[in-house]
Design a protein around this ligand. Structure first.
Ligand SMILES: [Mn+2]
Length: 401
């Protein structure tokens, strides 16, 4: 019965979104609507989005929702998940937030600990069968690393990246013109008839998490858009400023510092590009790769930095950071690495950052790690050199190890 109601909602939302599109000249993001037809997902836009979400949640009142954090938990997906949990609860929907990867970044561990956020880490014994629906926020795809029961359907999908493939959910709101998913959820809360207002410890917790999400995804508002500003203006009233400062001013872990030193030693500068292969990195230090790239981008004359390494002896993980006005990280990484056999891209990104992951597969069992790294580094570097049109000679700067 619930599904039937959900389908009804979908038809309504299609009509709403279509009428909106004609009203908003110039301000409509590229893909407001997915192609109509059987099973087509609905992409809604601001102004109806929050009302549509409220209607949908009301239509499945009494159900159980699994809110999934795809990839590594970060401020944007944690804040968004908390906000969705709050909205769902006001419609009598019980939910759990689950993540599949470890919380590896020290700031994110501080966020969860200081705000006392309840997240479940996936484990074999986790019972998915009781959930009627699932939701995904802040992710480019709706694929999960686990199999949910076939009856469990995608209820809510909200994101601000370029989507990978067609997302089929009952409510899909993808806004590439937002700097963060947290801002989109800030808008839902602002427009919610359930009055998101303090003072209450829960409102403070959610607002602080969302504000941290917006700040961290927009590089402290440098890349913020109107959606981020509007949400921040609203959330600021409820934020615990001391706590926010505490969460975002954590010291850099020694491991990240070490990794940055290695990245500097192994830097390979080609025109305005800096590449650095840091070798084998422990799984829990994986976020250090992105932090290294952030740091190296400060170097004068460098516009784009790519740091990569082998994480957990399982896959090659890389982070791209750029301040170039012309380089599109998403397109650049997709051009360099292409797709796997299933048609999924190895890399992607947005505005000023991107990343890639390439499984080592069979080669993970190679006993000579030194040799394996030489092979990996040569292969990756040649792809980069080819892309930017330089020969694979030793660089003028750095030893290029
Ligand atoms: Mn995000």
């Amino acid at each position: 019965m619930k599904n039937k109601q959900g389908d009804k909602f979908m038809a309504k939302a299609t009509v709403k979104a279509a009428s909106l599109q004609s009203r908003h000249e110039g301000a409509v993001p590229e893909a407001v609507l997915a192609p109509a037809g059987r099973g087509a997902s609905v992409r809604v836009e601001s102004a109806t989005a929050s009302a549509d979400l409220e209607h949908l949640l009301e239509s499945v009142s009494g159900s159980k929702l699994l809110i999934c954090i795809r990839g590594y938990p970060d401020p944007d997906n944690i804040g968004s998940s908390l906000a969705l949990q709050w909205l769902a609860r006001h419609h009598g929907i019980e939910s759990r937030i689950i993540h599949f990867e470890e919380i590896s970044h020290h700031e994110n561990r501080a966020l969860v600990k200081k705000l006392d956020i309840e997240l479940d880490e996936w484990h074999e014994g986790f019972d998915c069968s009781k959930f009627d629906y699932y939701a995904i926020t802040d992710s480019q795809t709706a694929e999960l690393p686990i199999k949910l029961p076939p009856s469990c359907q995608l209820l809510v999908f909200v994101d601000h990246h370029k989507p990978l493939g067609n997302i089929q959910g009952k409510f899909v709101d993808i806004r590439e013109n937002s700097g963060s998913t947290s801002a989109i959820f800030g808008e839902y809360l602002l427009e919610s008839p359930h009055s998101f207002a303090g003072p209450s410890p829960e409102v403070t917790k959610i607002a602080t998490a969302l504000m941290h999400g917006i700040r961290s995804d927009t590089d402290n508002f440098v890349n913020a858009t109107m959606i981020d500003y509007r949400a921040s203006e609203f959330l600021a009233k409820f934020v615990d400023k001391d706590l926010l400062a505490l969460i975002s001013r954590q010291s850099i872990p020694a491991k990240t510092m070490d990794l940055t030193q290695i990245a500097l030693q192994r830097k390979d500068i080609r025109a305005t590009f800096m590449f650095s292969g840091v070798g084998f990195v422990r799984d829990e230090d994986r976020d250090g790769i992105g932090q290294c790239a952030d740091y190296l981008l400060h170097r004068e004359g460098i516009e784009t930095v790519i740091v990569y390494g082998v994480v957990g002896n399982e896959y090659i993980d890389g982070s791209l950071r750029t301040k170039s006005h012309t380089l599109d990280p998403d397109k650049w990484l997709k051009d360099v690495f292409g797709q796997d056999q299933d048609g999924s891209y190895y890399g992607g990104g947005r505005k000023d950052k991107g990343g890639f992951q390439i499984p080592l597969g069979f080669f993970a069992s190679c006993s000579d790690k030194e040799l394996l790294w030489i092979l990996i580094k040569k292969t990756i570097d040649e792809l980069f050199y080819d892309k930017i049109g330089v020969e694979g000679k030793p660089s003028m700067d750095g030893d290029g190890n």
